[in-house]
Design a protein around this ligand. Sequence first.
Ligand SMILES: Nc1ncnc2c1ncn2[C@@H]1O[C@H](COP(=O)(O)OP(=O)(O)OP(=O)(O)O)[C@@H](O)[C@H]1O
Ligand SMILES: [Mg+2]
Length: 158
Amino acid sequence: MKRIEKVSNNPEETFQMGKELALKINSPVLIGLSGELGSGKTVFAKGFASGLEVKELITSPTFLGISESFSGRLPFIHMDFYKKVVTKDMIQFYMDKKSVVLIEWFENFVDVFKEELDLDMRMYIQYLKDTGGNIIDNMRQIQIEFPANGKAFNQQIF
Ligand SMILES: Nc1ncnc2c1ncn2[C@@H]1O[C@H](COP(=O)(O)OP(=O)(O)OP(=O)(O)O)[C@@H](O)[C@H]1O
Ligand SMILES: [Mg+2]
């Protein structure tokens, strides 16, 4: 497994990280995003969509669960498992259509189905805290993992 760690100082930097990552992507991948409420998963997803040249407005898919965009370089499927977790078959359906699938709250999959998702990238966003344990405004720690058996392992990113 490979791991990248970065600090983001503001939402624009998180957006830019998502965008830079997407600019490197030219084939279907399955990406999981994890991080507490309001940590910046959707900000990252918006940047990512922009790097895929998606034209639609990207918002949080929380209530719908899945949003599809077909205007970019690759189909972009944005899922949110906060309230509704879909099956592997459903995810495979999109992967078979050569899509980039990005899932917020992917860790809820294992809780529901008692098995792991085969992700190509796992991203974790955390609030940064000062030595007193207080959250530092606008700062986030971003970790990206590339499992050795995933399709993005050999990609040079950042
Ligand atoms: N460094 C940063 N990176 C990303 N977002 C930041 C940062 N600093 C502040 N923010 C703010 O935090 C909020 C992140 O919201 P966002 O909807 O992206 O979170 P989320 O992780 O998707 O939440 P949810 O779990 O509800 O889906 C935004 O209001 C954004 O402006
Ligand atoms: Mg979100």
